[in-house]
Design a protein around this ligand. Structure first.
Ligand code: AMP
Length: 581
């Protein structure tokens, strides 16, 4: 079904003039190198994301402005000014210096969204180290894969989460310092652990940022591919130009905004748009420690008078399911601009929000590797529900064929982007070969399939690989298959994404058993528990089916495409490479 274009009135109800009100003019005149004019650069030369996010505002006399409105899981509120955040991060930078942690070292955080997480992230950047955030829902295997590959020297975690780290600590010889932070109390620390509170108490709140070059690595996010373990996409300090510019153009941030990004920093949206874009633009951010609940979320918007809100399709679909009555019980009239990312946003969701909240969700597209938003629906532009929108100033995407030639409007192809924007990833950590394989004929290949229409709007078609998108998070089937294979009963495992109304896809595993094991409901439960324990609930399979043998190519590769076609009752397609039974 076609949905009508949502036309934008010349002046919106909130009378805020959109930053990008001359799309064509801005795009044609735009030069990313000049974005630095709106930022600072380090006083002694160089560029550092933390300086642009925090210290710049303090130096300009805005230190008293509220940076973070924090709401804990228990409903407690705390306010942090830009000066507070600058000081806390200075302290953590001093902690790293006092520990002798060198520039370029990897510092990871494995914790919930408490103020300590943010202080650690910015302190790490100030010390010239690389910050790697992990989801607090990760299981021990997921933690090990990332810390092992990155050879992280420091991990900040909490008393509640540290046990998961201990399960794999022997595999992590590079991990020198385990810092335990507790927002509520000074934690008890065991031998071999350091107390956040004690370290911070001994650290000065003044720090001269380590001179970082624009091309020095700053942030690492692990992302999943079809094969192998997750890879660490590396971003540099220069990425801040992208965070700042897209904060203005795509998020339409204005100084008086109260902005809420619901993403966790374990996902790139939670760093680029949960920290760097809003902080560099000097707005006030709400940081909500709690998880999803329709009532709690609407309460956050009402209580903090949120004006700009950035969330994800799975959450929006859950809000739709929760019904309109709960919306009506809250005053959400402060909202003026709302956005979504991470999965295709159904046109119904755009229409629902227009009708129920009085505002359409603006879908936008980007990924871990691109570091910032590439394609977006804008505050000043008409929305075609179901489309991801049009390219940002400074960004040249294209729909290309196998040879790397641009196809005609309306035709499907690989979604690619011309390299060279500041927040593009610079490598996969210790995997240059894989990085190189992502380029074709002068294009960066995103792994997505899409179309562009005659008006230059982009439409998502699907992934070109087997990567699963569950509730906006990419899961590599190989990671899940490997974990299942570690169970003594499992001979082989094949993992696919099964379409789901709410989460877009759920992880589904097909398992063949070793001789002597019976496919019982108890074993299924046991395997589910086993995988959850290793990977965490977001990554482990939601469904497990037993199967005598998995379809494989003659070279022995599991044909996930075939598993999926069979699961969905679709045509099996080309099976000429299928191994004979
Ligand atoms: P990640 O790197 O984990 O942020 O995942 C990026 C992937 O999520 C993209 O390559 C797409 O497959 C998907 N994705 C992100 N945003 C959108 C969107 N607006 N519409 C459709 N798919 C999206």
């Amino acid at each position: 079904m076609d949905y009508e274009t949502i036309r934008k009135p010349p002046v919106n109800a909130h009378a805020v003039r959109p930053n990008l009100d001359d799309y064509a003019g801005t795009r044609s005149a735009f030069d990313y190198e000049r974005v630095i004019d709106g930022l600072d650069g380090l006083p002694g030369g160089g560029l550092n994301i933390a300086h642009e996010s925090l210290d710049r505002h303090v130096a300009a006399g805005s230190g008293d402005k509220t940076c973070v409105l924090w709401e804990g899981k228990d409903g407690r509120s705390e306010t942090y000014t830009y000066a507070d955040m600058a000081k806390l991060s200075n302290q953590f930078a001093n902690v790293l210096r006092n520990l002798g942690v060198e520039k370029g070292s990897r510092v990871f955080v494995f914790m919930d969204r408490t103020p300590e997480l943010y202080a650690a992230a910015f302190g790490t950047l100030k010390a010239g180290c690389i910050i790697g955030p992990l989801f607090s829902a990760f299981g021990p295997d997921a933690i090990r894969d990332r810390l092992e590959n990155s050879e992280a020297a420091v991990l900040v975690t909490t008393p509640q989460l540290k046990e998961k780290v201990y399960e794999v600590r022997d595999d992590l010889p590079a991990l020198k310092h385990l810092i335990i932070a507790d927002h509520d109390a000074s934690p008890e620390v065991a031998d071999g652990e350091l107390s956040w509170n004690a370290l911070m108490a001994d650290a000065s709140d003044e720090f001269e940022i380590v001179a970082t070059d624009p091309e020095d690595p700053a942030v690492m996010h692990y992302t999943s591919g079809t094969t192998g373990k997750p890879k660490g996409a590396v971003h540099v300090h220069k990425a801040v130009l992208g965070h700042y510019a897209t904060g203005r153009f795509a998020l339409d941030l204005h100084p008086e905004d109260i902005y809420w990004c619901t993403a966790d920093p374990g996902w790139v949206t939670g760093t680029s748009y949960g920290m760097f874009a809003p902080f560099t633009n000097g707005v006030t951010s709400v940081i909500y420690e709690g998880g999803f609940s329709a009532r709690a979320w609407y309460e956050v918007i009402e209580k903090y008078k949120v004006t700009v809100w950035y969330t994800a399709p799975t959450a929006i679909r859950m809000l739709m399911k929760a019904g309109d009555d709960v919306v009506k019980r809250h005053d959400l009239s402060t909202l003026r601009f709302i956005m979504s990312v991470g999965e295709p946003l159904n046109p119904e969701a755009v229409v629902w929000s227009e009708e129920t909240l009085g505002l359409p969700f603006h879908d936008n597209w980007w990924q871990t590797e691109t570091g910032s938003i590439m394609i977006a629906n804008y505050a000043a532009q008409d929305i075609k529900p179901g489309s991801m929108g049009r390219p940002l100033p400074g960004i040249e995407p294209g729909i290309i064929d196998e040879e790397g030639n641009v196809v005609a409007p309306g035709e499907e192809g690989d979604l690619a982007v011309r390299p060279g924007w500041p927040s593009m990833f610079r490598t996969y950590w210790k995997n240059e070969e894989l990085y190189d394989s992502k380029f074709r004929n002068g294009w960066y290949i995103t792994g997505d399939r899409a179309r562009m229409d005659e008006d230059g709007y982009y439409w998502f078609v699907g992934r070109s690989d087997d990567v699963i998108n569950t509730a906006g998070h990419l899961v590599g089937p190989f990671e899940v298959e490997s974990a299942l294979m570690e169970h003594p009963a499992v001979a082989e495992a094949g993992v696919i994404g099964k379409p789901d109304e709410v989460a877009m896809e759920v992880v589904k595993a097909f398992v063949s058993l070793k001789e002597g094991y019976e496919p019982t409901p108890e074993l299924r439960q046991e395997l589910t528990r086993f995988a959850r324990g290793k990977l965490g609930p977001g990554v482990a399979p939601r469904e497990i089916d037993f199967i005598d043998s998995l379809p494989k190519t003659r070279s022995g590769k599991i044909m996930r495409r075939l598993l999926k076609a069979r699961e969905l009752g679709l045509e099996e397609g080309d099976t000429s490479t299928l191994e004979d039974d």
